[in-house]
Design a protein around this ligand. Sequence first.
Ligand SMILES: [Zn+2]
Length: 316
Amino acid sequence: MKVFPLRTGRTKVPFGQFYGGLDGYSMTDFVTDKEHYIWVPIHSYLIEHPQAGPILVDTGISPEQTAHVDYYRGSIMEHVTDVDEYDLPADETMTAQLARHGYRPSDVSTVIITHLHEDHVGSLGLFPDAAVHLGRAEYDARHSKVFGLVPLGFEPSIAPVRHWRPVDFTGAQIGGFDSSADLLGDGLVTLLPTPGHSPGSTSVLVHAGRYRLLLTGDALYTIHHLAVDQVRAIQTGAESLYVDSVRRMQWLRRLVPDVVVLTAHDHTQYGRRVAAELAEGELSEEALAWCRSYERTTFDELYNLNPARLPHHDAA
Ligand SMILES: [Zn+2]
């Protein structure tokens, strides 16, 4: 089963938001620090399921969102995000990316949303007839406000959805996960609860054949974030849940050796290389061997980072 990364542009994030969770980087810094930022890709994923057809994991950003002031006018979002938050070239819109693989948005009847943040739901409006699956906790919190101020689900982005499908995790235990949800009942697309980054953040384990892909959304920003005792994103939600979710993913990696970890925003050498290797939808044996070798030289057995791979702003 082929899985393609779809890149819908890139987003500008403070370095500390990505990596400063253990260094005292705060939400105040997040709002005020405009100097130490990095640009990271925004990846959604297209799964070509043999029976269900194209399944989309996240929808990336939309051209409307890049017209920042107009899209977010009158909302707190206008102030907590930057005017140049998003960069979306015309050939990287969701419509253009789907067309590259021979699909129109109307061909997609199944969408999985890892969580409701704007860079993951921006193009939901292209899929008003699709069933949109997401963790029950995320769905239930969709009208809630982070810190009592910022909407978890920005109404103009999520309003077009007509067929919400909240997911309950009542299926089999997998790796460090006590339960899961087998989306189609065939074991090919399994949803895993990875809350913390948001109330109901969900990861997707795809059985691609010779290997499995773990699509983490933002439950991990990069593969280096598996080293949760050294590298941590700042949290708008429950930090203890975030850490617990990362440890369960570590455990999954130990118990299920054929898993390849793919995040939404991995700007590191690893993320760039795996996205490039997956351009045709499949990882070659050589690419898989490279992934294994990267992990071996990056983490010790306790998921501590090789010091040479600790993130630095200059090198990011
Ligand atoms: Zn994101």
